[in-house]
Design a protein around this ligand. Sequence first.
Ligand code: HEM
Length: 182
Amino acid sequence: MAAPLTVSFTAGLSGPWRIDSVRPVVGEVLPIAVALSVSEGATAAEPGVWSLRGTISNLRYTTVAERTALVARQEGLGRAPSTRAALIPIRKTQAWWDLAQDERREILEERSRHIAIGLRYLPAVARRLHHSRDLGEPFDFLTWFEFAPAEADAFEELVASLRATPEWAYVDREVDVRLSHD
Ligand code: HEM
């Protein structure tokens, strides 16, 4: 079986993405750095101010109908007009991880409408979810988003909507890193 794809996000002095801001949302923030590089696969650890790793994994909570809707609307990373990005590392509480699978799904979708809300922002926002918890990393998830400058207000609205949901009561560390390139 092929190993899952590992993605490393390394912040330092150089890299294709300029770091515009590093903002604490909940808990300890990450150090400020100038640029970020994203590397896929088993690459040697690059020296940097900080480096976070995650893997591309299977879906946990998405129903077949939701998956069909996502696939129909979403577009891939790397679109030329998407010169803005956000890296939002998130950790959830032990109380979240102590829940059963069906209880977590209930909070994520039936009570918080995470997928329904997110779908409204496709295809403007392209996204990729990386899982870090089982790698012993400081965050459970590394969420990555790309969009055009004209969609920046819509992206703010999206993150504000999600942060106001019951799901976010289980987030105990979140940092919001905003990026751009020319
Ligand atoms: C998980 C969709 C935006 C943070 C998920 C899942 C879906 C989804 C379908 C569940 C994956 C699974 O079944 O395992 C979307 C869509 C968005 C969006 C369509 C629109 C662009 C966001 C934003 C954030 C975020 C803006 C952060 C501020 C997360 C996290 C998870 C997740 C942390 C993992 C939750 C967990 O497994 O406990 N998203 N999302 N999402 N999303 Fe979003």
